[in-house]
Design a protein around this ligand. Structure first.
Ligand code: ADP
Ligand code: MG
Length: 286
C-alpha cells in the first residue's frame, strides 16, 4: 500500500487534493532548484527534504542532489552512509553521470544522489579544474529528464560547491530564519546570485524566499518577517514554516516530517509551500 493512501484525508484536503486537481503543465523538462543560503542551521536541508516529499506526494517525480558534505539530506530520507554508492563527489570530480549516481530513497517518488564525507575535499580539488563552476551542470547533462523537480541541497557557504549548484540550477529557493542578521546575509547572497547571472547563468531566477523556524512568541521573528516582506515583496512565500519540534525529531528516524507526523504544523506548512511552488511554476491558473 502506498504511504500516501494512509494519509488522513482531512489534513490534506485544502492543499494536496487541490494541487492534484490542477491541470498538469506542459512538459517543460525538469526544473532544477538550488536550496541555498550561506548560513548554517537556517533550514536548507529540512526544506529540501520536506518540499521534495510534498512534491512527491502530489505525484511529481523528484530528485534531491545532496551537495553538503555533512550529508544530512541523505540521512534525513533514510539513506545510511553504508548504503551510499556513487555520490555527488564522484559526479563533481570523477566524471560519474547523474543516471549512474541516483538511488531510491525511503520516500515513494523521491530519488537522491547522496553525499559522502569525501565531498568536503571537492572544494579544493575543483579549484584546479577547468570549468570548475560547471562540473555539476556537466554531470547532470540530460540525465534529469525523467524528473519534474530536482532540488539541490547546498552547503552553508558560498564556495565552489554552492557556485556549482547555482550554475546548474534554473532557480534558487532561499530558506531564511527570522533572526537579527538575516537581512544582511540575504543581501550578500542575492549579490552572489547577480554575479552568477552576469557571468555564468543568465537564466537563474529566484523561485522564492521562505521564512523558516518562525516563532510566533518571539517579537523579533515578527519584525524580521515584516522587514523581509517589505524589501522582497512577492518573492517571499505566504507560507511561513513554524518552529515545530516534530520537524526536528523526524531526521533521527530517517524520515521527512511528512512521513513522521503528517498532521503536525510543520508538515502542513511544507505542503502549503509545495502548493505555492507549484503555482509559481505554472501548475495552476491563479
Ligand atoms: N521548522 C523547524 N522547527 C524546528 N526545528 C527545525 C525546523 N527546521 C529545521 N529545524 C532544525 O534546525 C536544525 C537546522 O536545520 P537544517 O535544515 O539542517 O539547516 P541547514 O541545512 O540550513 O544547516 C536542524 O536540527 C533541524 O532539525
Ligand atoms: Mg544542511
Amino acid at each position: 500500500m502506498s504511504i500516501w493512501t494512509k494519509v488522513p484525508k482531512k489534513s490534506m484536503e485544502s492543499t494536496v487534493e487541490d494541487i492534484m486537481d490542477m491541470p498538469a503543465p506542459e512538459d517543460k523538462g525538469p526544473r532544477i532548484i538550488a536550496v541555498a543560503n550561506q548560513k548554517g542551521g537556517v533550514g536548507k536541508t529540512t526544506t529540501a527534504i520536506n518540499l521534495a516529499t510534498a512534491l512527491a506526494a502530489v505525484k511529481q517525480k523528484v530528485l534531491i542532489i545532496d551537495l553538503d558534505p555533512q550529508g544530512n539530506a541523505s540521512t534525513g530520507i533514510g539513506v545510511d552512509r553504508k548504503n551510499r554508492r556513487l555520490d555527488t563527489y564522484r559526479m563533481l570530480i570523477g566524471g560519474t553521470k547523474l543516471s549512474d549516481a541516483v538511488q531510491k530513497s525511503n520516500v515513494p517518488g523521491l530519488d537522491i544522489v547522496p553525499a559522502g564525507m569525501d565531498l568536503s575535499g571537492a572544494e579544493l580539488e575543483l579549484v584546479g579544474m577547468d570549468n570548475r563552476e560547471h562540473q555539476l551542470k556537466i554531470a547532470i547533462g540530460d540525465g534529469a529528464q525523467g524528473y519534474d523537480y530536482v532540488l539541490i541541497d547546498c552547503p552553508p557557504a558560498l564556495g565552489l560547491l554552492t557556485l556549482n549548484a547555482l550554475v546548474a540550477a534554473q532557480a534558487i529557493l532561499v530558506p531564511l530564519q527570522c533572526e537579527f542578521f538575516a537581512l544582511e546575509g540575504l543581501s550578500h547572497l542575492l549579490k552572489t546570485v547577480e554575479r552568477v547571472q552576469q557571468v555564468f547563468n543568465p537564466e537563474l531566477e529566484i523561485q522564492g524566499i521562505v521564512l523558516t523556524m518562525f516563532d510566533k512568541r518571539n517579537n523579533l521573528s515578527d519584525q524580521v518577517a515584516a522587514d523581509v516582506r517589505e524589501y522582497f515583496g512577492d518573492k517571499v512565500y505566504k507560507t511561513v514554516i513554524p518552529r515545530n519540534v516534530r520537524v526536528s525529531e523526524a531526521p533521527s528516524h530517517g524520515r521527512p516530517v511528512l512521513m513522521y507526523d503528517m498532521k503536525c504544523a510543520g508538515a502542513q506548512a511544507y505542503l502549503h509551500l509545495a502548493g505555492e511552488v507549484l503555482r509559481r511554476e505554472g501548475h495552476v491558473s491563479v
